[in-house]
Design a protein around this ligand. Sequence first.
Ligand code: NAP
Ligand code: HSE
Length: 435
Amino acid sequence: MAKTVRIGLLGFGTVGTGVYGMLNDNREAITRKIGLQVEIVRIGIRDTSKPRSADSDLFTTDLQSIINDPNIDVILELMGGVDPAASLVEQALLNGKHVVTANKELIAKHGSRLVHLAKSKGLDLHYEAAVGGGIPIVQPLKHQLAGNDVIQMMGILNGTTNYILTQMEQKGSDFSDALAEAQAHGYAEADPTNDVEGFDTAYKISILASIAFGKQVPIDTVHREGITKVSKLDMEYADSFGYRIKLLGIVDAVAHDIVRVRVHPTMIPRTHPLASVMDVYNALWLQGDFVGDLMFSGRGAGSHPTASAVVGDLVDVGRNIFMGGNGSAIPYDEGMKTVNMDDLESAFYLRLRVLDRPRALGEIATVMGAHEISLAEMQMRTLPEVAGDTTQRGEIVFLTHSCKERSLRDALDSVSKMPMVTDVAALIRVESNVL
Ligand code: NAP
Ligand code: HSE
């Protein structure tokens, strides 16, 4: 029987230090729950000049030496990115080591292949921390909810962007100040473009869809828009209509084995449970055919919540080692069928800047109507004059009834060519039919 579970840690940043701290602080409870001691025997990093909060003898920049060390049972991959993480994880599995990772990009792009490899070797490959930080989402989807046909999933899956949107809405903060705060808290990715442009949410929602529907969603089929165009003004208009703007990852089951996966800023009714998820909190709202509506929520990023998910996976692996189990990785194949956005049925929020002329509103409504877009609500205001320019300008804001995305795009194409329309300033999808 194995003795101590010996761990090789790849990465000692926000998550790695959190895991190290948790394994030290809660050592006794973790040992009791696994039935074995756990010991970090090596830590791989890149930069030897950084101060570290662990014994300097543990550190190495030679990551190969960790994954080739025959005395190491489990690799915790907490580096991020695909290169070199993918080849290190693959080699670790080939060397007979269990793997726990927090790396959503790796799993979104190579999950199927790596989990099949783990399974073929009788090893574990777990990735709870890759989605939703400290919230247990991946394991419940794989296990307790597996009997359901999932009808829809909608999630706030990125702590950085939810923090930014909350700060902008509640404190009037500027985007860049709020992002800097999220980075200081350790929420953001090494390159925060991944957060604010929606890549991180795209990886996470594609992982959830892959588990829920049993096939890997090709990541390049996920429609992706970030939050960089969301303005405080649009948040105020959203509020006046009874909505709040959130960056959502959404999976629509289009047919039995066909999904549409999308990430974009979305207006949701303020009464919807997702609308009250603030700051770094994440949430996944799910509708299953038997379970009905369900929502998971908790801290979606940060050192301690993420460490909680990584250590939870490690305890699972440790128990398998203790019990002599042969791996509980759940594989899924590649090749999920997906559809694009053209046939999406949604309501839309539109903000147009116009020359403030008689009949402007009526003419725009007529063009929209010609494309079968019917308007549900409208607000209009005259904009303050700009110095040296006597032209009267105005702003028209519409909420449409539900329509096909393709029709809306065609209508906007015509509207934007009208002489009185100077700018389509905002276009945001509205989830008006939820709850
Ligand atoms: P981080 O703070 O940037 O830390 C990354 C660590 O990996 C650093 O210790 C870095 O070494 C090391 N590293 C990166 N590339 C390396 C390379 N090529 N060779 C050797 N070492 C390398 O990142 P993090 O926030 O902890 O995130 C780690 C992973 O967890 C990512 O996949 C991320 O998406 C995921 N995740 C993060 C959070 C969060 O809240 N931060 C939450 C959930 C999941 P140096 O220290 O020498 O620079
Ligand atoms: N950068 C990610 C976020 C980390 O802000 O949600 C957690 O995956």
